[in-house]
Design a protein around this ligand. Structure first.
Ligand SMILES: [Zn+2]
Length: 402
C-alpha cells in the first residue's frame, strides 16, 4: 500500500492507459522476441485489433520492427516482432582502481567491441584516456548506428541526478562531477552509477527468460565491498545516496584500518586486499600495496584451485567474514536472495560453505537461514552489462503514475 504524495504526483491523462499497455507490450517483445501479434494478444488478454494498434505505435516510434515470418498451422504466416536494437549503440564503462573496461554493444546488448586500459591515478589523465578511446570506438562503428549514451560505473557513492561521485574511497575521489567532465569530452548523454547498483540493475533486467527478481541484494566484493539493494523492484538509494554501503558497517571497533578511514569495517575483512593479505599471512591492518603487487586475488583463487593450503584457508576465512556481514543484511532486510559478485565467487567451493555456516548460525528465523546465496563469478561482465542498462533501461521502465 503506497500513499499518494499530494505535493508531488504524476496524474493520469487520456493517453495513460495506452502508454501503460505500450510499455507492457514493449517488455513482452523484449523478453519473448521474436514474437507474433497473436502471441502478444494471448499474453496481454487483449483483442488482436488493440494489439495491432499498440504495435503500430511502437513501430512508428522506432522501438520495434517487423522481421521474418513465423509458423502458423493454417493461413498466412505471421510477421514476427523484434526490439529495434541493432542500429542503436551504447557504451558501457567500468572504472576500477587498477583497470578500466569498455564495452560497446547495440541496444539489445549484443557485443560489438571491448577494450581495457590501466586506470591512471590522476583524474584528468583517466578522463582524457577514456574519452579518447570512447570517441574512437564510437567513430569506428558509426556505420552501425548512433551512440545513444555512455553508462559509467564507479566504485563509490553517486548522486545520480547530478552525475556526481560523492565519495569513492578506493579511487580517492570526493565530489567529482564526472558526468559533466566526460560530456565535455564526449558529446553523448552520460549516466553514472555505483558499481553494486549497476550490477543489481543488470540482474533485474538481464535475468533468464521468465526470471523475475524484486527483493534482493547484490554484494560486490572487489577493491571495496558494497551492496546494491532492490526492494519491491526498485533500487534503494537513500537520502545521502549511500544506501547499501554495508562494507562500512563495523565488525570490530579496533579492527584493521579501512579505505574509508575508520577501523574494523566489513570491507576491511572481506575486500580482495584483505584476502590477499590474509593469504600472505599478514595482519589485515597492513594497508601497504606491496603485497598486492606481488600476489593478486586471482592468484590466490588459482593457487587454491591447485591445492595450496594457505590459499584455501584464506578464502575459507574470507567466506566466514562474508557470511557474518551477509547475515546482517539478511536480518536487516530479509531479501529473497543474495548475489555475491567478484573474484572470490570463483572459489565458491571454499567461500560458499563457510559463508553459509555463518549465515545459518546468525540468521534470526529458519526461513532467513535458508536465504539463497548465489555466486556471480562473471562479475566483470555483470558490471559492464549494468553500465549498458543505465542507458537502455529507461526506455523499458514502467511509467510513473500517481
Ligand atoms: Zn570503511
Amino acid at each position: 500500500m503506497r500513499k499518494i504524495n499530494t505535493r508531488r504526483f504524476q496524474r493520469a491523462t487520456r493517453d495513460t492507459p495506452r502508454e501503460v499497455n505500450r510499455r507492457i507490450l514493449l517488455n513482452l517483445v523484449r523478453e519473448h522476441q521474436p514474437i507474433s501479434r497473436a502471441d502478444l494478444a494471448r499474453r496481454l488478454a487483449m483483442s488482436r485489433g488493440m494489439v495491432s494498434a499498440l504495435v503500430s505505435d511502437l513501430i512508428s516510434a522506432g522501438l520495434i520492427y517487423e522481421g521474418g515470418t513465423g509458423q502458423a498451422s493454417r493461413g498466412r504466416k505471421p510477421k514476427l516482432l523484434h526490439i529495434r536494437g541493432h542500429d542503436r549503440l551504447v557504451l558501457g564503462v567500468d572504472i576500477r582502481r587498477r583497470q578500466t573496461h569498455l564495452l560497446l554493444t547495440d541496444f539489445g546488448g549484443s557485443e560489438i567491441a571491448v577494450e581495457m586500459f590501466r586506470t591512471p591515478a590522476a583524474l584528468e589523465a583517466l578522463l582524457d584516456e577514456l574519452a579518447g578511446r570512447a570517441l574512437r570506438l564510437i567513430e569506428a562503428h558509426a556505420d552501425l548506428g548512433e551512440c545513444h549514451g555512455i553508462g559509467l560505473v564507479v566504485p563509490g557513492m553517486v548522486d545520480v541526478s547530478a552525475g556526481e561521485v560523492l565519495n569513492a574511497p578506493t579511487l580517492g575521489w570526493r565530489h567529482v562531477r564526472v558526468r559533466e567532465m566526460l560530456t565535455d569530452r564526449v558529446p553523448v548523454p552520460v549516466h553514472v552509477e555505483r558499481d553494486a547498483v549497476a550490477c543489481a540493475l543488470a540482474k533485474i533486467w538481464l535475468g533468464r527468460r521468465g526470471e523475475h527478481r524484486d527483493n534482493f541484494a547484490y554484494v560486490t566484493v572487489s577493491d571495496g565491498v558494497g551492496a546494491g539493494l532492490v526492494v519491491n523492484g526498485q533500487v534503494l538509494r537513500g537520502r545521502g545516496h549511500a544506501a547499501g554501503e554495508f562494507g562500512h558497517v563495523p565488525l570490530n571497533l579496533d579492527g584493521p584500518l579501512c579505505s574509508c578511514g575508520n577501523r574494523g569495517c566489513w570491507e576491511a575483512y572481506t575486500s580482495n586486499h584483505a584476502t590477499v593479505t590474509r593469504y600472505l599471512g599478514r595482519e589485515p591492518s597492513d594497508r601497504g600495496h606491496r603485497s598486492e603487487r606481488e600476489v593478486s586475488v586471482e592468484d590466490v583463487v588459482d593457487r587454491a584451485a591447485s591445492g595450496d593450503p594457505a590459499a584455501m584457508a584464506a578464502l575459507r576465512e574470507t567466506g566466514r567474514y562474508l557470511g557474518i556481514g551477509i547475515a546482517g543484511i539478511v536480518n536487516a532486510l530479509s531479501p529473497d536472495e543474495i548475489i555475491v559478485g567478484g573474484e572470490v565467487a570463483e572459489a565458491w567451493d571454499l567461500v560458499g560453505p563457510s559463508l553459509q555456516g555463518e549465515l545459518g548460525a546468525r540468521a534470526l528465523t529458519e526461513l532467513s537461514a535458508t536465504t539463497p546465496v548465489t555466486p556471480e563469478p562473471s562479475d566483470r561482465d555483470t558490471r559492464l552489462r549494468g553500465a549498458i542498462m543505465l542507458v537502455v533501461g529507461p526506455a523499458f521502465a514502467a511509467p510513473v503514475i500517481a
